[in-house]
Structure formats: structure tokens, C-alpha cells
Ligand binder design. Structure first.
Ligand code: SF4
Ligand code: SF4
Length: 395
């Protein structure tokens, strides 16, 4: 085995100048006020482990586990600290040396055994759907969190959806692992918008999970296996862009798939670039938008979804306070760290409800589950939907 903490890079860690400007942007620092739950504190801890000047201990690792990996700190850091890279490497290093809790072990095992295998995931989705119908999931937390499942998203016959009108582009579309099961309506809306924008949409037939959830949870080997598989699939087709409507997947594809360099586009980024046709009808709703961390901070896409939403005729767009701060979802985080996740969500709900919006637009399935759950517990009637669904209201 290689030296402990070998993946963490000294150069990356050394970019932190300990100024503390990131502290107030960090959701875990905001709710605890503790240095150990801040980006600066976590970087300090990982630096000491890497240098061997502090003994690795199971209690301190909790500070790393409590990091959402939201990368808000990266967005505000004047020193350009590559926090996303640091935390992914740090987590992978930690998994080499710690003894994980049974809960963590079970979650990581489920991730490996389910998410990377489309058939197993489909079967699990079918079983959950049946259990929901029979009212059996209301007793467990995950059952309360998950949306009501409908028929999963299936790509069209022949794996191609034709452009509506003149074909201007050919794009590949990431169907992904959990999104077609949890939120098929987001994919339906996204593909329809692409067709309206003159794109022929290709669905790479053998494509599997992009590996984002693996990388975010310290399993870089699992992520690498999926990358190798998918890279072969993408190389078999011809396309101008790989369009992604899930922020976490888009960020991972941009960071982790060098062959796709420059061709991975978030849906809103691509639509803003190629343009949509004239809207057909007024969208008479008050809309607000929650940034997905992996879109706003990792991909630096903030303006495009807002511009697209604001451009809808009849819409009243209202900006949410602290929209750029994480909602506490963060992949498996809400399962692994439910208490902190809930505290962050409670703070978020104050800002969400203050907008008085009818519709809360989002760009990531994890945020959607979390925000729906928060609004349910507040007995709010505000509707959460993907940006694509809000845009499609105008056509
Ligand atoms: S991560 Fe950046 S903002 Fe935070 S303390 Fe280090 S240098 Fe300052
Ligand atoms: S990634 Fe998010 S939770 Fe983690 S240190 Fe940065 S701001 Fe805080």
C-alpha cells in the first residue's frame, strides 16, 4: 500500500493562506460557528495528517465527513484553493485508513452494488414504486424523502430524438443513473427543449452512471472504472456537446473526463449558447431559483439559468437570499449526516419561504429531493421543479 494520505497534494494544500474569507460562505460553519467545521479548519487538518504532524483519529475524521463537498468555499476563495480536488483526494485517503461505521459501510456498498449497475438500479426503482403504491415506505426515512415514483425515463426508439424544425446541432444526452427513476419529467422537459432548439439528441446506448457519487464519497477507483467504460461509449458517437441536466454529474464529467474537454455542457449553459425559439405562451407564475452547488461553484454557471427563467414572458422572477448556499442535500450526505443536513435545510427554508414564490426551480435531483422534503415539513404549497420544466411552461 502507498504512503498514507498520498493522494492529497502538498501543492494544493499549500494554496490556502488561512485568510478565513471562506468561513461565512460555508454552510457547516454557518450553523455551528466552529473552525473545525470550516474549509480552513478542514484544510489545516488534512495538511497535518499529510505531514504526519497530527495523528489520524476517528473522531477528527467527523469534520471531513461533515463537509458537504459543495465547493461554495472554492467560489469565494481569493487564493484559488482547489477545494473540490482536495476534499475528493482527502476522502479517498481517509477511506484507506479508517474503520467505517456500519451505516457508512452499508451506504457505500449500496452505492457500489446499485448505482453503477443499471439493471439492478431499475429493479430497485420498480420495487420502491410498488412499495410506495402499497404504502409500505412511509415507515422509513428514505421512503418519506423520496418523490413519488412514476414510470422511469426511457430514451426513444433507436436512441435518437429528432430536432424539431431545422437540425442545427447533434448533442449527446446523459440519461444517468438515478435521475431517470426519480425525476423522469426533468429529462422529458430537457429533451423537448433541446429538440425545440434545433438539436438532434443522441442517447449513448451503453452509457452508465458517470461516477460522480463514487468520487464524492471517496471511491475514486469505482469512479475511474465507470469513466473508462463511458469514455469508450462516448468515443463511439459523434456530437457537438454532451448535455447534462444534473449539476453533480455535469461537474464530475467536466473534471474527470479529459476526452470530453469543453464539450460537456449543463442544459442551461447550452440553451443560453444556442438559443431557444420564441416562447408560445405566458408563464404567469412567481419563480425563484436555488443554485446547485455543483453548477454555481464547480461549473461557475449562475447567470444562464437565471437569464433563461427571467426571459419567460409573464414570469415574475424573484431572487432568493443566499441562493448560492447549499441546501444540505449533497449526494449521500442527507443519509450519512442527517442531523447536519436537516439544520442546513431548516436555514434554507427561511430564505425559500421568504420569496413567496409559486415555483422553486432547481438544476439537480439531489437538491430537488431535499427541498421538496423541506417544503413538505413546512406544509408549503410551493412547487419544486427542474429549470427545464419551468422553461417548457412557455412552449
Ligand atoms: S480556503 Fe481560501 S478563503 Fe478559505 S482560508 Fe484558505 S485561502 Fe482563505
Ligand atoms: S465544500 Fe462546502 S461544506 Fe465543505 S468546507 Fe467548502 S463550503 Fe464548507
Amino acid at each position: 500500500m502507498s504512503a498514507p494520505f498520498a493522494r492529497l497534494s502538498d501543492d494544493d494544500l499549500a494554496t490556502c493562506v488561512h485568510c478565513g474569507l471562506c468561513l461565512d460562505a460555508c454552510p457547516t460553519f454557518r450553523v455551528t460557528g466552529l473552525e473545525t467545521e470550516s474549509p480552513r479548519g478542514r484544510i489545516y487538518l488534512m495538511t497535518q495528517w499529510k505531514r504526519g504532524t497530527m495523528k489520524f483519529d476517528g473522531q477528527q475524521v467527523g469534520h471531513i465527513d461533515l463537509c458537504l463537498g459543495c465547493r461554495t468555499c472554492e467560489g469565494v476563495c481569493p487564493s484559488g484553493v482547489p477545494y473540490g480536488r482536495i476534499i475528493e483526494a482527502g476522502r479517498a485517503d481517509v477511506e484507506d485508513v479508517r474503520r467505517p461505521s456500519p451505516k457508512r459501510k452499508a451506504s457505500i456498498l449500496a452505492l457500489r452494488q446499485l448505482v453503477g449497475h443499471p439493471t439492478r438500479l431499475r429493479l430497485a426503482g420498480n420495487a420502491t414504486r410498488l412499495a410506495q403504491k402499497a404504502g409500505l415506505t412511509s415507515l422509513v426515512r428514505s421512503g418519506r424523502m423520496l418523490p413519488r415514483l412514476n414510470a422511469r425515463y426511457r430514451p426513444p426508439e433507436g436512441n435518437v430524438a429528432k430536432a424539431l424544425g431545422e437540425r442545427r446541432y447533434r448533442v449527446a444526452f446523459l440519461v444517468g443513473c438515478v435521475m431517470p427513476i426519480l425525476y423522469p419529467q426533468s429529462h422529458h422537459a430537457a429533451v423537448k427543449l433541446l429538440q425545440l432548439a434545433g438539436c438532434e439528441v443522441w442517447f449513448p446506448p451503453e452509457e452508465r452512471c458517470c461516477g460522480a457519487l463514487f468520487a464524492h464519497n471517496g471511491d475514486l477507483q469505482g469512479a475511474e472504472r465507470l469513466r473508462e467504460h463511458n469514455a469508450r461509449v462516448y468515443a463511439s458517437g459523434r456530437f457537438d456537446a454532451l448535455v447534462v441536466d444534473s449539476a453533480g454529474c455535469g461537474a464530475h464529467l467536466k473534471d474527470f473526463y479529459p476526452d470530453l474537454k469543453g464539450r460537456v455542457k449543463d442544459l442551461s449553459e447550452w440553451l443560453a449558447e444556442v438559443g431557444l425559439p420564441e416562447p408560445k405562451r405566458d408563464v404567469k407564475v412567481r419563480v425563484t431559483y436555488q443554485d446547485a452547488c455543483h453548477l454555481a461553484h464547480a461549473q461557475k454557471v449562475k447567470k444562464q439559468p437565471r437569464d433563461l427563467l427571467r426571459s419567460l414572458p409573464g414570469v415574475e422572477f424573484v431572487e432568493m437570499r443566499h441562493a448560492e448556499i447549499c441546501c444540505g442535500a449533497a449526494g449521500l450526505y442527507s443519509t450519512l449526516e442527517p442531523l447536519m443536513s436537516r439544520r442546513i435545510l431548516d436555514e434554507k427554508m427561511v430564505d425559500v419561504l421568504a420569496t413567496g414564490a409559486d415555483v422553486l426551480s432547481v438544476a439537480n435531483p439531489g437538491c430537488q429531493i431535499q427541498l421538496e422534503s423541506g417544503l413538505r415539513s413546512q406544509r408549503s404549497t410551493m412547487h419544486v421543479e427542474h429549470v427545464a420544466e419551468t422553461l417548457l411552461r412557455a412552449y
